[in-house]
Design a protein around this ligand. Structure first.
Ligand code: NAD
Ligand code: UDP
Length: 311
């Protein structure tokens, strides 16, 4: 198949491009290089089946493809809050443009959504039928609400125009190729530990997240894209149900890096969700998927990567 991956030079997108190429597909990576890097895809450049287009998803584009993975959007709060208006445009106009393309060339399209659509969830663990608790006017809304509209567009293009859609709600994912200055918690803690700096915990560190290693996530995403069935257009949670407080994560990072951990507590950002854990029953049922890499193993692999990069 010929497959378009928007955001293909980013953290998850680059792993996705790599996997799709290894399975014998032609891959077109589209990226504006806001948070993506050429280094993430440098090892793919010699593959005759790989193409890169520098393009912004807020502008229309025409390419003949069979499948579209729409992953373009900064994912770290630091980066998506840098230019919030642009974040909304990327999510909304990006989805409109990619859905328009999917409709025109009859491609199947998968939208990268997020556990952030649940906001600061009052239902725990989160099931796909929970509507969420999202602040529509806060600092995170450009991302949360942007993704919610992207989901709306996916469902409406499906119902109105018969576009063959998939929606994945991704929970916190980590691994190689996150940027050293990405700003998300796993890369921050590992880089700080490796550099002998204080670990920055926001708030009292009792808030929880559930961390999925990138290879597990990519496996689930590809299964979802290629799955068929009646309710396959409905959103599917993908994440690792193992839930940890930020204090526990800091401790684990100390263990895997073999460094003594010193902690600095900083103020909690506004609207920071207190708890997050995916219910993955739907993914198990529809895709036969569940994650296989425990946090300690994934952290070890990520720490080895960051140690190399920092060197
Ligand atoms: P990332 O920032 O590493 O990658 C995003 C990529 O999109 C980058 O290559 C960036 O340059 C590109 N991009 C941004 N705006 C663009 C635009 N307007 N036009 C073209 N390209 C653009 O982030 P990531 O962690 O790889 O996340 C990828 C996708 O997965 C995002 O849509 C994100 O919302 C979603 N997601 C990620 C996580 C996670 O934990 N990593 C969780 C939930 C959802
Ligand atoms: N966090 C932290 N220290 C950091 C970066 C993040 O304590 O250096 C916290 C953050 O406040 C949040 C959790 O870690 O409670 C996860 O943050 P991240 O930005 O990785 O993802 P998100 O909040 O989008 O789930």
């Amino acid at each position: 198949m010929r497959i378009l991956v928007t955001g293909g030079a980013g953290f998850i997108g680059s792993h996705l491009c790599e996997r799709l190429l290894s399975e014998g597909n032609e891959v077109i990576c589209l990226d504006n290089f806001f948070t993506g890097r050429k280094a993430n895809i440098a090892h793919l450049r010699d593959d005759a089946n790989f193409e890169v287009i520098r393009h912004d998803v807020t502008e229309p584009i025409f390419v003949e493809v069979d499948q579209i993975y729409n992953f373009a959007c900064p994912a770290s709060p630091v980066h998506y809050q840098y230019n919030p208006v642009k974040t909304v445009k990327t999510n909304v106009m990006g989805a409109v443009n990619m859905l328009g393309l999917a409709k025109r060339v009859r491609a199947r399209i998968l939208q990268a959504s997020t556990s952030e659509v649940y906001g600061d969830p009052l239902v725990h663990p989160q099931t796909e039928d929970y509507f969420g608790n999202v602040n529509p006017i806060g600092l995170r809304s450009c991302y949360d609400e942007g993704k919610r509209v992207a989901e709306t567009l996916m469902m409406d293009y499906h119902r109105q125009s018969g576009v063959d859609t998939r929606i994945v709600r991704i929970f916190n994912t980590y691994g190689e190729r996150m940027m050293v200055n990405d700003g998300r918690v796993v890369s921050n803690f590992i880089v700080q530990a490796l550099k002998g700096e204080e670990i920055t915990i926001y708030g009292d560190g009792t808030q929880t997240r559930s961390f999925c290693y990138v290879s597990d996530l990519v496996d689930g995403i590809i299964r979802l894209m290629n799955a068929e069935g009646g309710d396959i257009h409905m959103p599917v949670n993908l994440g690792n149900p193992g839930e940890f407080t930020m204090n526990q994560l800091a401790e684990q990072v100390g263990v895997v890096t073999g460094k003594e951990i010193r902690i600095k507590y900083l103020p909690l950002p506004a609207d920071d969700p207190k708890q997050r854990q995916p219910n993955i029953d739907r993914a198990k049922r529809l895709l036969g998927w569940e994650p296989t890499v425990p946090l300690a193993d994934g952290l070890k692999r990520a720490a080895a990567y960051f140690a190399d990069v920092i060197d």
